[in-house]
Write a protein that binds this ligand. Structure first.
Ligand code: PMP
Length: 404
């Protein structure tokens, strides 16, 4: 079935598939097409079952088909979704986010993470009247011309006014700010460093404070891209535990547990700017995703979600490290435990990682060999232990290949 669908797709879809969900950029054996999902499990179109550690690349935070969230979405769908204006859910969800996030005095909604990061920068520019944006080299902020990782279809002008610094490197941030001079609109920074294929880094508190101080000094906006990390590190915003509050945040992925929704939240200093810019979309005010988001935030708040993610993530990280040590395989596991990243040493082309994940996949565990993974509320200790049984075997295979 998967093979037949790929053959048909090749005829009517450029490249057969595109973007981050293209299975051709995964090791051989990964399915392209899925039939259904439940909790932390997925079934492909050929009926094979997987224990899922990608969570749809982030959106699934409470588990696929969460009964409370999907019931809220269903109830809204019965009333209507896309109408001539928003439903009351718009106001309720805005109140909910402003109540939860200490930095936020207002919220606006879109559909995808790229919508939110783009809107956040427009608001920063409108509010400051300045043009330059500082951002970390290698950071992913979406797939529109100013930030897509490929240069195809993009002009240099699309990326004019971007100046790069190195994440967690105060000196490089200061140097970028000097280059921007009195034209600095914003510092845009990911909640933590999660660039593809390299070790993850949590923000150093001194770096976070330096970014805040720099923005205050130069009258710029501190913008945090929470699209990937949002609601997995802290329900108050990822930098709140560091004591650093952004001016503007971009959210998407997990905020509605798989229903399409993005948000920008901001403080009163940028309220007028947020009102001045013109952004909209045909589907942005749909009530279903907003109802799902309200229910998702309720579920996360009522279930000790962050502690659960940390506990399950630590169990997985400890188990993987024990196994790697036992098999004499050198790995690195970096960043927050709830967004696991496993990289193999001396693996510049990721072939060892690919061998490891392909083997795990054969035994029903869906991992990624160079992108961070995601945990959800649906992952239990039993699921983690089941995955570890499989990874023990996969490590043995990687060790065996290395020995020959
Ligand atoms: N920012 C970050 C940090 C992301 O991880 C992503 C998506 N991977 C985006 C922005 C863009 O989100 P979307 O794909 O929904 O446009």
């Amino acid at each position: 079935m998967d093979a037949a669908l790929r053959a048909r797709a090749d005829k009517v879809i450029p490249g057969g598939m595109y973007g981050h969900l293209n299975a051709r950029i995964l090791p051989a054996g990964y399915p392209q097409f899925f039939a259904r999902a439940d909790g932390c499990r997925l079934w492909d179109v050929d009926g094979r079952e997987y224990l899922d550690f990608m969570c749809s690349w982030g959106p699934i935070i409470a588990g696929h088909k969460h009964p409370v969230i999907d019931e809220a979405a269903r109830k809204q769908a019965e009333q209507g979704d896309c109408m001539n204006g928003p439903t009351a859910r718009l106001v309720e969800l805005s109140e909910r986010l402003v109540g939860m996030l200490p930095h936020a005095d207002w919220a606006m909604f879109q559909k995808n993470g790229s919508d939110a990061t783009t809107a956040a920068l427009m608001i920063a520019r409108a509010g400051t009247g300045k043009r330059k944006i500082l951002l970390a080299k290698g950071a992913y902020h979406g797939a529109v011309p100013w930030c897509t990782p490929s240069v195809a279809g993009v002009t240099a002008e699309d990326r004019a006014h971007l100046i790069y610094f190195k994440f967690n490197d105060i000196e490089s941030l200061e140097a970028a700010a000097r280059e921007a001079g009195d034209d600095l609109a914003a510092v845009l920074v990911s909640a933590f460093r999660h660039d593809l294929g390299v070790p993850q880094e949590l923000p150093h508190p001194d770096f976070a404070r330096a970014a805040r101080a720099l923005c205050d000094r130069q009258g710029a906006a501190l913008v945090i891209d929470e699209v990937r990390a949002g609601m997995r590190l802290s329900l108050q915003g990822s930098w709140e535990p560091l004591g650093v509050r952004p001016d503007i945040c971009a959210w998407s992925k997990a905020i509605a547990n798989g229903h399409s929704l993005a948000a920008v939240t901001g403080n009163d200093a940028f309220r007028k700017a947020a009102q001045q810019i013109y952004i909209t979309g045909s589907f942005w005010m749909g009530g279903v995703a907003m109802a799902a988001a309200i229910a998702t935030l309720d579920v996360l708040e009522n279930s000790g979600a962050i502690q659960h993610f940390e506990k399950m993530g630590q169990r997985l990280r400890d188990g993987l490290q024990r196994q790697a040590d036992k098999h004499g395989v050198k790995i690195s596991q970096t960043g927050p435990v709830q967004l696991p990243l496993v990289l193999f040493e001396d693996d510049a082309d990721y072939s060892r990682g690919a061998r490891f994940t392909a083997e795990a996949l054969k035994h029903g565990v869906y991992l990624h060999h160079r992108h961070n993974m995601f945990l959800s509320l649906a992952h239990t200790a039993q699921d983690i232990d089941h995955a570890l049984q499989v990874t023990d075997h996969a490590f043995a295979m990687v060790a065996d290949v290395a020995a020959h």
